[in-house]
Design a protein around this ligand. Structure first.
Ligand SMILES: *[C@@H]1O[C@H](CO)[C@@H](O)[C@H](O)[C@H]1NC(C)=O
Length: 113
């Protein structure tokens, strides 16, 4: 019984974590939407049922909405005294290096999406 409760809690946490990285925007609430196409805030056009990547998010065009999920994994468990994280927008990744010696990568024990 205890372990069942434990795995349910684990699942609930997992679901919450997943919700945080995805967002759904209804096309009716967005400007400039064309029939059969999703239009980005910057004007990019995408047909229904297609995927694209924008601002480090993978987006999907639906009939009624645009759903976007983050593809960035964030380092959460490392020596924060000694190390610092740097985000690279060009490839949507973080690197964690020593503050005093930025050429040296730090050990990261946990990442979250
Ligand atoms: C992402 O880009 C940064 C900066 O150009 C580079 O240092 C890093 O190695 C790249 N990461 C991956 C996973 O390609």
């Amino acid at each position: 019984m205890k372990s069942l409760l434990g795995s349910l809690l684990f699942l609930a946490t997992l679901v919450t974590a997943c919700n945080a990285v995805c967002s759904l925007e209804f096309r009716k609430g967005l400007p400039n939407q064309l029939p059969g196409e999703c239009v980005d805030p910057d004007g990019g056009k995408h047909p229904i049922n297609s995927f694209w990547v924008r601002d480090c998010k993978k987006c999907f065009c639906r009939e009624d909405a645009i759903s976007c999920c983050s593809i960035v994994v964030t380092p959460v468990s490392y020596d924060k005294e000694k190390c610092q994280q740097t985000f690279h927008p060009e490839n949507c990744t973080y690197s964690v290096v020593e503050k005093k010696n930025p050429g040296k990568f730090c050990l990261v024990e946990g990442w979250v999406l």
